[in-house]
Design a protein around this ligand. Structure first.
Ligand code: PRX
Length: 649
């Protein structure tokens, strides 16, 4: 992709400054203090991060060196030992936080549970014993496939406690997708539930796990949480109810110390090939990055009640539901279900009911709320809110303004946080007591982050010019590698622009230095804030017996950001029909999950290709968007293919 195609049309000029009241109470309320800290963080990163790590984390053995950087491999806080779950739980015991709510949970049917730090510690200790009795310990992989219920948090922390590496699989993924992930990391334990509530229906999680583990030779045990009471099949000797395993296990547990670089989790995410990437994060650096950013970006206070609507199966759930927040001793509100169940005001109702002070959600959700109408919001007070956050995709200025006026009542700063599964923690973000906000911009880099917009030769482009977004310095919460595929790690992130981290995003910096993210410029789509690789969808389609070839592209969509359009050529003898379209949609649902089901399927006699046989996605994107074909078509092997595709539309 050439840089001319990275165009940013937004020219937003409005600026919103933090109020004097917000500034006065902010964790960082002076621009001078920010500038000083930021300068230190990028000019003397080892001094900055060394001090932060010492102050912020509880160490069993101090580190001897801040950073060992052999590009592109980093080791942070070398020689140090700690336990991540101790940093999230034990450190708060014996303090005023011991009886503080760690989790306030509301299930979709309306059931509420409050779990204090002390109680969460009991649960995690018990589970840690259960793991150890099952022979699950340091370095073993554990797959977690649960709804948004407190047990998901407990399971993650118990893994961290015994040094096992968790891989959380989003509840929307299919049996096939679970199988691939478990096989890639060779998990020996799976933790799931009978089901989870979504829009009044039970999602049958255990049934999906049963199907998946028919093809996973490494799984020895499945722990099952009873959530919905739907019937499940328990396999003797393999499956055990959480509650039964939990009874009688001791509620104290001496956590072992692990190396700073001990792997904490693998999280699979889409890339530009058909195989998802197992992003590997390790212990101390990840924890420090999430803890420090949560403190400053969310301006966390002891009495905050923080609600992040992301599922625990995504990185946002890992970093800003679990680790970054618990390490700060915050009160986290967890919600299991859909935002429009029973009605479209569920979030606003819960905000008033629980006195939520901070809301962190995604632009796709904000656009849905806008569409559902202001009346749902106006039924509620929302006076407890003091800060709003956005994550997952660029937020269009119109949605930003609605969020600011309608939800924040012009009183709450919005932190538009740019980051990725790979970065572990927030990288570009406003600091709410300081940064003058521009709707749609992630504004400035966070501490320690050096972000640049460069051209195809890696040269920084002038202000207000689009280019590739890169990060030029290692940071503590960066991914360390891709599980089992270090080559791919080096190629995917460190070779597009040699020696620096390529984000896969296009961006522009305006004259004030503000960053504006344009979106992905690789073969990855962002649909409703979820990352989906075009190649994954194509390989799912091609695995259907009727399909010869497939190409997936995104088309701008008011609600979802992008919608998924696929072009399919059929094997000879197959006839296009609406029924086949439905079959193909369901097939993708089965192979990946319903989140990847195409919005539009178009049958085509042929796909536009270069002479070397590469599908020209740019042209398909233009056809899908209904626009004219712009740019160079001279490399096309056969223009008549394009002409017939245009006629069919
Ligand atoms: O394209 C960017 C977009 O989401 C991508 C990362 O997706 P994922 O790894 O699933 O993590 C999402 C949650 C951190 C990025 O490459 N993205 C994320 N946040 C923003 C964003 N685009 C614009 N503005 C954001 N605030």
């Amino acid at each position: 992709m050439t840089d001319q195609t990275i165009t940013s049309v937004s020219r937003e000029h409005r600026k919103f400054r933090p109020s004097a009241e917000f500034k006065a109470q902010a964790n960082l309320g002076s621009e001078a203090a920010y500038k000083k800290l930021y300068a230190e963080s990028v000019n003397s990163p080892e001094k900055f991060w060394g001090r932060q790590a010492t102050e912020q984390l509880v160490w069993r053995k101090p580190f001897t060196k801040v950073l060992d950087w052999k590009s592109p491999h980093a080791k942070w806080f070398v020689g140090g030992k700690l336990n991540v779950s101790e940093n999230c739980l034990d450190r708060h015991l014996g303090t005023y936080r011991e009886n503080k709510a760690a989790l306030i949970f509301e299930g979709e049917p309306g059931d509420v549970r409050t779990i204090t730090y002390k109680q969460l510690h009991f649960h995690v200790c018990r589970l840690a014993h259960i793991f150890e009795n099952m022979g699950v310990g340091a370095g073993d992989r554990v797959a977690i496939y649960l709804p948004m219920i407190p047990e998901a948090v407990m399971a993650m922390l118990a893994c961290a406690r015994v040094g096992a590496i968790h891989t959380v699989i989003f509840g929307g993924f299919s049996a096939e997708a679970i199988k691939d992930r478990i096989n890639d990391c060779k998990a020996k334990l799976v933790i799931t539930a009978d089901g989870g509530w979504r829009r009044g229906k039970v999602i049958e999680l255990k049934a999906n796990v049963d199907k998946a583990i028919e093809g996973t030779p490494t799984v020895q045990t499945v722990i099952v949480v009873k959530r919905c009471g739907n019937p499940v099949t328990m396999v003797e000797g393999r499956d055990v109810w959480w509650r039964e395993a939990w009874e009688g296990a001791p509620n104290t547990h001496k956590a072992k110390a692990f190396d700073s670089e001990h792997p904490l989790f693998i999280l699979y995410t889409s890339g530009s090939t058909g195989k998802p990437k197992g992003v590997l994060h390790t212990s101390a650096g990840y924890l420090l990055g999430t803890k420090l950013s949560a403190h400053y970006v969310f301006d966390l206070k002891e009495n905050d009640r923080y609600f992040c609507s992301a599922d625990i199966g995504w990185i946002t759930g890992h970093s800003y539901v679990v680790y970054g927040l618990l390490a700060n001793g915050a009160t986290i509100f967890l919600y299991e279900g859909a935002p429009n169940q029973p009605e479209a005001d569920r979030f606003w109702q819960m905000i008033d009911r629980h006195g939520i002070t901070i809301l962190y959600t995604a632009p796709t959700a904000i656009r849905a709320f806008m569409r559902w109408g202001d009346n749902y919001v106006l039924r509620h007070h929302l006076t407890s809110l003091r800060l709003l956050g956005s994550v997952g995709e660029p937020i269009n200025p119109e949605a930003w303004m609605w969020y600011y006026n309608m939800i924040g009542k012009k009183r709450c700063p919005i932190v538009d946080t740019w980051w990725q599964t790979e970065t572990g923690a927030i990288m570009i973000t406003p600091l709410p007591g300081i940064t003058p906000l521009k709707p749609g911009s992630g504004t400035w880099p966070f501490f320690g982050v050096v972000a640049k917009v460069v051209d195809e030769h890696g040269k920084e482009v002038p202000r207000n010019t689009g280019g590739k977004l890169v990060l030029t310095k290692p940071w503590p919460s960066m991914l360390r590698t891709l599980w089992g595929d270090d080559d791919r790690y080096q190629k995917a992130y460190w070779s597009e622009v040699p020696g620096v981290y390529f984000t896969g995003d296009g961006a522009r910096q305006d004259k004030d230095g503000y960053f504006w993210i344009v979106g992905r410029i690789d073969d990855v789509l962002n649909i409703s804030g979820h990352r989906i690789g075009t190649a994954e969808i194509e390989s799912a389609l091609v695995s259907h017996p009727s399909v010869a070839e497939a190409a997936a592209v995104g088309r701008p969509d008011e609600l979802k950001g992008q919608s998924l359009v696929v072009f399919v050529t059929l094997k000879s003898g197959q006839t296009p029909s609406d029924e086949l379209k439905e079959q193909l949609r369901n097939h993708v649902g089965k192979e990946i999950g319903s989140l990847a089901k195409p919005d539009h399927i178009r049958f085509a006699a042929g796909l536009p290709k270069t002479r070397s046989g590469k599908i020209m996605r740019r042209i398909l994107k233009e056809i899908a968007g209904g626009g004219a074909i712009k740019g160079d078509t001279t490399t096309l092997e056969d223009f008549s293919v394009v002409a017939s595709l245009q006629q069919e539309e």
